[in-house]
Design a protein around this ligand. Structure first.
Ligand SMILES: Cc1cc2nc3c(=O)[nH]c(=O)nc-3n(C[C@H](O)[C@H](O)[C@H](O)COP(=O)(O)OP(=O)(O)OC[C@H]3O[C@@H](n4cnc5c(N)ncnc54)[C@H](O)[C@@H]3O)c2cc1C
Length: 398
């Protein structure tokens, strides 16, 4: 297979790159001091708006919602070039565009689509996902949050946890139990206005010192039946499609590309300017070997990302290659942090704002936040189970 750009792709890349360079400067300036997460989300949302206005923010989406026709390569080039040039990104932009918006596009009513897809695609509505509960994570279908029918409404009671950006989101997707019986049935998928009375959001503080996710409590929270996505009691179907899109977005989307491209470039630059007893880190055979391994891993992940995304852009359901990519990409990101930690030694502890902090404390932050990668969006053990069953054909565990 030839991975070089065709003449048309090269022309698109050139136009795109020129546009990005022309528009990115003020956004990168706002990012320069590595601001806190909430501020980064605001910058990423504003950048999505800029992309949307420039015709690059909703490639491949229906024109009725502000989208533009584009082939799968063009869509991937936007992800790749944006990452290369240091464009802003935040997890909740992936939540909004990578799996909440596709759920509405595939399963939502016309009214839901018209009300929400344009503001989502233009960076004006931030969404969160409320699936996990204290006793339902990997085994999500065991969830206990209840939605009881009451005339034209549903009344919701229960607790969600680890909902990324729930405290910054205007809307969210929610999976709740609407009846008893087999655990995969009687689940219903809702959209929820986060300002509805009866919703209490309590941010959770992480070891980074920031609060990127939250607990969400529902107490007699009344939501209209018009907020059901898909059929009542058939929410598992919508949830499965959403989780597959989440896996693709997390492993092959903007966030992964940003970590891979920017992380690697930063590591190289840092190894060139950092000196240890025997000279520059970049000249040390041990670190050269480790950086070369990271480079090879990044390339292998990138090629797998092409496979994952081209299948998705053709409308095919993501296959087990998305699990392969999530597993290897998450471990790769953690290894990148480990190499940086070895290079910096005790200087890693100099966090954001400190005189000794490298790259505005980004390495210290990365070393802490990257621990979450092998848990969020399906743990590494769950990805291994999928690979064992669907790729290796091993028997299903009891
Ligand atoms: C950064 C981050 C962001 C998140 N954001 C969201 C969000 O926005 N919305 C949301 O709903 N959730 C979110 N989550 C929650 C995430 O989906 C769950 O943490 C994840 O699914 C694991 O569930 P759990 O934490 O309950 O762990 P458990 O499922 O209890 O797992 C505990 C351990 O047991 C292992 N294990 C479990 N089952 C099996 C099995 N069958 N075979 C082998 N090993 C197994 C797991 O791998 C893990 O090591 C987020 C999590 C993180 C870390």
């Amino acid at each position: 297979m030839d991975y070089r750009d065709s003449p048309e792709e090269a022309a698109f890349r050139e136009r795109l790159s020129a546009w990005l360079q022309e528009h990115l400067a003020p956004f990168k300036e706002r990012l320069r001091a590595n601001p806190p997460s909430e501020e980064r989300l605001g910058i990423a949302a504003d950048w999505q708006h800029e992309l949307f206005e420039g015709g690059y923010g909703a490639l491949g989406w229906p024109e009725a919602f502000g989208g533009r026709p584009a082939n799968s390569i063009e869509r991937y080039l936007v992800v790749e070039e944006s990452a290369k040039l240091g464009a802003p990104w935040h997890l909740n932009m992936s939540v909004t565009l990578g799996w909440c918006a596709p759920a509405l596009l595939t399963f939502g009513t016309e009214q839901q689509q018209q009300a929400h897809l344009p503001p989502m695609l233009s960076g004006r509505e931030i969404w969160c996902q409320m699936f996990s509960e204290p006793n339902a994570g990997s085994d999500l279908a065991s969830l206990q949050t209840r939605a009881r029918r009451d005339g034209d409404n549903f009344v919701i009671n229960g607790q969600k946890v680890w909902s990324s950006g729930a405290h910054w989101s205007r809307w969210g997707i929610l999976l709740a139990r609407t009846g008893d019986g087999p655990k995969y049935r009687n689940l219903t998928f809702f959209i929820v206005d986060m300002s509805t009375p009866g919703i209490e959001v309590r941010p959770i503080r992480q070891m980074t010192g920031e609060s990127d996710f939250a607990e969400v409590f529902f107490t007699d929270c009344v939501v209209p039946a018009g907020w059901v996505v898909g059929e009542v009691d058939s929410g598992w179907l919508v949830a499965i499609a959403t989780l597959l899109n989440e896996r693709v977005a997390l492993s092959a989307g903007a966030g992964a590309a940003v970590i891979a491209v920017q992380g690697l470039e930063r590591l190289l630059a840092m190894s060139r300017r950092t000196r240890r007893e025997r000279g520059r880190v970049a000249d040390d055979p041990y670190f050269r070997q480790r950086i070369a391994q990271a480079w090879i891993g990044a390339l292998a992940n990138r090629l797998t990302a092409y496979r994952v995304l081209s299948a998705q852009f053709k409308g095919q359901a993501p296959g087990p290659e998305a699990s392969v990519l999530k597993l290897s990409g998450d471990l790769w990101s953690q290894q990148l942090s480990e190499v940086a930690t070895e290079i910096l030694g005790v200087r890693l502890l100099a966090g954001r704002g400190g005189d000794l902090a490298e790259d505005e404390g980004a390495w210290a932050y990365g070393a802490l936040i990257n621990r979450a990668l092998t848990i969020g969006g399906g743990t590494s053990e769950i990805q291994k189970n999928i690979i064992a069953e669907r790729v290796l054909g091993l028997p299903k565990g009891s």
